[in-house]
Design a binder for this molecule. Structure first.
Ligand SMILES: *Cc1c(COP(=O)(O)O)cnc(C)c1O
Length: 382
């Protein structure tokens, strides 16, 4: 059976992960090594010479990621932001312009607005849930459209296929940050995107025990350019981190099933709660992106955000009172997390077009028993 015809769950466990040739170990070893013996000058075994350039454990993860996203090349980095930095500096030059979403991870906004901008790249913000707004934002010097769907923290949905039609005809690259969905729920390359970005820290790793990032591309030439920059810039995933992400990915499909089921129940409870003024979850038929999400995602994910009717201080108090939901940043782990985006993950977007409402609470719904999560939130809402 060739890999192309295998299902996601099978690829997650086997792609890039042949049993070790020397020992038969069924799990790829952690090759905690920096350099490799050469059999005579230039006589590399399997192409390995120095672990910044390539390391067998990282290779296993990179091949796995490429298979899961249906891409030609996967690349693993030290963090999601390291992956983003490599992508931005590979594709953009001074004078180029990129379109960014009006709702995105605060760190992505900070990287583009505070770091990349200093190198002569310009950017503008568009509502990427509206393809016409993205078309209108394109300029002659636009090289890239950046989309996060579902978005962080408002769970906005952008129509990847519709945006790909626009970017392809304009000769612009479409980048999709697939962190919130994970490779299991959504595969942007099949919908026409050029590059998939992941913070593997989140659902892909899935256990809140590693920081990592990834890029997957459909085009081998772009893959080569990115690999060149990955080596030239050096922010690679280390062997142990690569191994942890790979271990997480093996259970991604089963974890996502439970994340989605728990989140759907919590969203329903919140909709009916008198102290909650709005619930953002793409699985709700009332969500403006519900139909697009149903078309491009396998299920609606484990992230939910909501607004507390009594305002910002009340929202902060809900975060403080929760017990099973741990107060903390990050997302996508097996344990449920709660946070206040305005003062935590998205503080860097304050005063910008990406500023988030002060009464917003974000949940990363874990895989604990749903009844315990519902009871905890009910108590926290008071
Ligand atoms: C966390 C996150 C990132 C950044 O990833 P790091 O691994 O923290 O560097 C990027 N995009 C999204 C949507 C995220 O949630």
């Amino acid at each position: 059976m060739n890999e192309r015809s295998q299902h996601f769950e099978t690829l997650a466990i086997h792609a890039g992960q042949e049993p070790d040739a020397a020992t038969g170990a069924v799990v790829p070893p952690i090759h905690q090594v920096s350099t490799y013996k050469q059999d005579g000058v230039g006589g590399l075994r399997g192409g390995y010479e120095y672990s910044r350039s390539a390391n067998p454990t990282r290779t296993a993860l990179e091949e796995n990621l490429a298979a899961l996203e249906g891409g030609r090349r996967g690349l693993a980095f030290a963090s999601g932001l390291a992956a983003e930095d490599c992508l931005l500096r590979t594709v953009l030059s001074p004078g180029d312009h990129l379109v960014i979403p009006n709702d995105a991870y605060g760190g992505t906004f900070r990287l583009i607005a505070k770091v990349v901008e200093r190198w002569g790249v310009t950017w503008s913000v568009a509502d990427t849930s509206d393809p016409a707004a993205v078309r209108a934002a394109l300029r002659p010097e636009t090289r890239m459209v950046w989309v996060e769907t579902p978005s962080n923290p408002l769970l906005g949905i952008s129509d990847i296929a519709a945006l790909a039609d626009i970017t392809r005809s304009a000769g612009v690259r479409l980048v999709v940050d697939n962190t919130f969905a994970s490779s299991y729920l959504q595969q942007p390359l099949a919908l026409g995107a050029d590059v998939v970005v992941h913070s593997t820290t989140k659902y892909m790793g899935g256990h809140s025990d590693v920081v990592g990032g990834a890029l997957v591309v459909a085009d081998s030439a772009l893959g080569e350019e990115l690999a060149y920059h990955q080596n030239a810039m050096g922010a690679i995933a280390g062997p142990f981190d690569a191994w942890l992400v790979m271990r997480g990915i093996k259970t991604l499909a089963v974890r996502m099933g439970r994340h989605c089921a728990n989140a759907a129940r919590i969203a329903e409870m919140l909709v009916a709660h008198p102290k909650v003024s709005a619930v953002h979850y793409p699985g709700l038929p009332s969500h403006p992106g519900h139909e697009v999400a149903a078309k491009q995602m396998r299920d609606f994910g484990g992230m939910v955000s909501f607004r507390v009717a009594a305002g910002e201080e009340a929202a902060v108090a809900v975060c403080d009172r929760a017990k099973v939901f741990t107060l903390g940043e990050s997302l996508g782990g097996v344990e449920s997390l709660i946070e206040h985006p305005g003062r935590m993950t998205h503080a860097s977007a304050a005063g910008s077009a990406l500023e988030v409402p002060g009464d917003l609470v974000r949940l990363s719904v874990g895989i604990e028993a749903a009844d315990d999560l519902l009871a905890d939130l009910t108590d926290a809402l008071g």
